[in-house]
Design a protein around this ligand. Structure first.
Ligand SMILES: C[S@@+](CC[C@H](N)C(=O)[O-])C[C@H]1O[C@@H](n2cnc3c(N)ncnc32)[C@H](O)[C@@H]1O
Length: 218
């Protein structure tokens, strides 16, 4: 199956015995995780039956065994010790936090790809997880954050919370910095409360410092 660079990176990070693919939708992560032998079994879940049906169709058409389909909110449909690895991709950071806050026992590894609010997610994760990898995947004109975490604790610097720990060695670090700078400039042009203004200005200072260090700019 042809999958884009974002999904390819997500699937590459998956390994374990039983994966929960939360918000499985089209089913491509479930499909590739089984096909490539990344895991032995997948519990494919989605809050929407219509979305889950897309995954059911793909998996059944390929006659793939070892996939269970469950319709429901986040990890509420998974019991303790049923799975050891969880993938949550294509949702906002706060939705992912909500889902992880009700995680069953036995989860050892997370593969997360939040589509926004990644800083909030990083701050949440450091209390119960050790972030093993945190990097951006550049697809077309968008940077997707990919976080791989294992059970443990972490302590992130302000720069790591903003930029992700591993992006300094990203081949398109400057592109990522400029994309973030543009995002914060747009926010700063809005009528935002003083505390949000301070926060955004701090972020811009960090980004500009990094850009200065890399001696490149837009
Ligand atoms: C944008 S799609 C992402 C699909 C796939 N994970 C990906 O990254 O390409 C988001 C999917 O998550 C599902 N979803 C949203 N909130 C959810 C929740 N709390 N629990 C389970 N599924 C959820 C939606 O129904 C939708 O199918």
């Amino acid at each position: 199956m042809n999958i884009d660079k974002r999904l390819e990176s997500i699937v590459n990070e998956i390994d374990g015995d039983t994966l929960v693919d939360v918000g499985c939708d089209h089913g491509k992560v479930t499909f590739e995780a089984i096909k490539r032998g990344k895991v032995n079994k997948v519990i494919a879940t989605d809050i929407s039956q219509k979305s889950l049906d897309k995954c059911v169709k793909l998996i059944n058409k390929a006659n793939i065994q070892n996939v269970e389909f469950r319709c429901g909110d986040g990890l509420s449909v998974v019991k303790d010790n049923e799975a050891d690895v969880v993938c949550i991709a294509g949702m906002g950071g706060y939705e992912i936090i909500k889902i992880l806050s009700n995680a069953p026992k036995g989860i050892k590894k997370l593969v997360l790809c939040p589509h926004h609010d990644v800083q909030a997610l990083r701050l949440y994760l450091q209390n119960s997880f050790k972030i093993e990898k945190d990097y951006a995947v550049h697809v077309d004109d968008h940077f997707y954050n990919l976080i791989v975490a294992k059970v443990g604790k972490d302590s992130l610097s302000e720069k790591e919370v903003l930029l992700g720990r591993d992006n300094i060695s990203n081949e398109d670090y400057v592109g990522l910095l400029n994309a973030l700078k543009e995002k914060y400039y747009k926010i700063l042009a809005l009528d935002i409360p003083p505390e949000r203004l301070d926060e955004c200005e701090r972020c811009v200072r960090i980004i500009e410092g990094e850009l200065c260090g890399s001696k490149k700019d837009i």
